[in-house]
Write a protein that binds this ligand. Sequence first.
Ligand SMILES: NC(=O)c1ccc[n+]([C@@H]2O[C@H](COP(=O)([O-])OP(=O)(O)OC[C@H]3O[C@@H](n4cnc5c(N)ncnc54)[C@H](OP(=O)(O)O)[C@@H]3O)[C@@H](O)[C@H]2O)c1
Length: 306
Amino acid sequence: MKYRRLGSTELKVSVVGVGTWQFGGDWGKAFTQREVDEILDKAYELGINLLDTAECYGPHHRSETFIGDYLSRRGRDRWVLATKFGHHWEDKWQHDWSAASVHRQLDESLKALQTDYIDLYQFHSGDNDVFDNDELWTMLDKQVQEGKIRNLGISIGSNDNLHQTSKAKELNAKAIQVVYNRLDKKPETRVFPSCIEQDLGVLARVPLASGFLSGKYKPGAVFEDNVRKNRDRTDMDAQLAEVETIAREEVPQGTDMATWALAWCLKHPAVTTVIPGCKSPEQVEANAASASLELVKDDHPQAWKA
Ligand SMILES: NC(=O)c1ccc[n+]([C@@H]2O[C@H](COP(=O)([O-])OP(=O)(O)OC[C@H]3O[C@@H](n4cnc5c(N)ncnc54)[C@H](OP(=O)(O)O)[C@@H]3O)[C@@H](O)[C@H]2O)c1
């Protein structure tokens, strides 16, 4: 595994982390604690130290609760924990960006995660009107001073949100989380240059384009899970056809496509780490291998244009 400093924070994160939206149950599989343990044990064994979760991955902080249970038995200190705020549960998840609600959300996340601090606490993809709220950021700053939060981050919803990205330093946020993958290179134009200029860490999310860049799905593939089942058929088939072309023209023979797709993201100088969502120890293993897959310049011409 390789490690990089996350922006100007004190954190050294593995260049491959684990995204844990999957543990919440939206991806067509209900996880048991034992299955979560196996995934996280495999990640640890391979040197991964970064977990990305959120308040609203599954009802009642389910993903955070699985992680908290695991940490209580295996140890907290070895991990960098990134979670998010902006939602609270009332029969279903509701947006709430008020300072008072976010303060409560923080305490609930700490409880679920069975810890007294969060390494990276991220604004969870809200609009600009809820982002521009002095009271919220003042409250969060106080939590940083009290030690409940080590660092603040912003997970931008649209991957061209320069408004939120450009305000990061001013708000004492030290990392940006953004959708970035071989099918979606938009952050290269405006968001990444701003991240480099402000020395922000970058967590590339959805780096496998929701699994499409593993190469295992063909146009016409049918999905049953909550995340992919309602996507527009035409858009999905166009993306899956593009994946077939990429597999043929860009992925070196004999290389696992998921491993390649993550290594592709890591070539961009703005990207600190990729956080692929994982459903099994085998997926963790293929994803971790991207840390040592060196792509030569010609394998990735797009990144160098940024
Ligand atoms: N707004 C936000 O802040 C936000 C939004 C979205 C995601 N996130 C974070 O980013 C993480 C990653 O994004 P994502 O999970 O949406 O998308 P992703 O990482 O692009 O895709 C994850 C899916 O790809 C498949 N996969 C993973 N590794 C694989 C491998 N080695 N080989 C084959 N298939 C593999 C799995 O699904 P199948 O096996 O079923 O295909 C998995 O569920 C999330 O878990 C979450 O932590 C944050």
